[in-house]
Design a protein around this ligand. Structure first.
Ligand SMILES: C[S@@+](CC[C@H](N)C(=O)[O-])C[C@H]1O[C@@H](n2cnc3c(N)ncnc32)[C@H](O)[C@@H]1O
Length: 197
């Protein structure tokens, strides 16, 4: 790991280098259970998966008839995501989360290992963009990583800071332990659903 050239996780080149070298310790290798449970209990939603990486969730949701789009600003991640998405590859798009615009109003943004991929200084921008992309009643749902290690990624958050980021625009409607975490997140992530106010 010490010999990686790219050190700025705010740059696509950082993620390209890691995908190209198959160094992806955040990758769950499939669709996590809480998302499966959430989808089973929900009507299809117009969904965005920002920073999708391998985008396992895209094929899962699209296969259930959901209008889902996965975006990533790393060309290597997009190539990997398209391979994993199979018949739904066209729904994996190279785009920057802060620039991308939806064709139809979003009903759900799915979060996994995206906020924690960002330097902490960028978190207010992420939260503002979530709020901008979601109309009142729409949902932000996924996995939030709680940790205080100064170095990352992943950059963990604490509850007060997460609430500070979201409470002006969202209310938390679900907050649950996660049973199938991969080692890098084990014991430190929770499944949460936030509704846009
Ligand atoms: C830690 S990986 C997580 C990938 C995937 N969500 C997962 O759970 O496996 C973070 C991903 O976010 C992407 N990313 C970071 N900043 C981004 C941005 N501004 N716009 C789009 N993608 C971004 C990276 O390229 C990388 O693929």
């Amino acid at each position: 790991m010490a010999d990686f050239q790219q050190r700025d996780p705010g740059s696509p080149a950082f993620w390209d280098e890691r995908f190209e070298r198959s160094f992806t310790p955040w990758d769950a290798g499939g669709v996590p259970q809480a998302l499966r449970d959430f989808a089973a209990a929900s009507a299809p939603l117009v969904t965005l998966i920002p920073g999708c990486g391998s985008a396992y969730e895209l094929a899962f949701l699209a296969g259930r008839g959901w209008d889902a789009t996965a975006i990533d600003f790393s060309p290597a991640a997009v190539a990997r995501g398209k391979r994993c998405a199979g018949a739904h590859a066209a729904r994996v798009v190279e785009a920057d989360f802060f620039q991308w615009r939806p064709d139809a109003p979003l009903q759900l943004i799915y979060e996994r290992a995206f906020l924690c991929a960002m330097p902490r200084a960028m978190w207010p921008q992420v939260a503002a963009r979530w709020a901008q992309l979601l109309a009142p009643g729409a949902l932000l749902a996924g996995y939030f990583f709680f940790d205080d290690a100064p170095k990352g990624p992943p950059f963990g958050i604490d509850r007060a800071r997460l609430e500070g980021l979201l409470q002006a625009d969202f209310v938390c409607i679900a907050d649950e332990a996660v049973s199938d975490s991969i080692p890098v997140f084990a014991g430190k992530e929770r499944w949460m659903v936030w509704r846009r106010l």
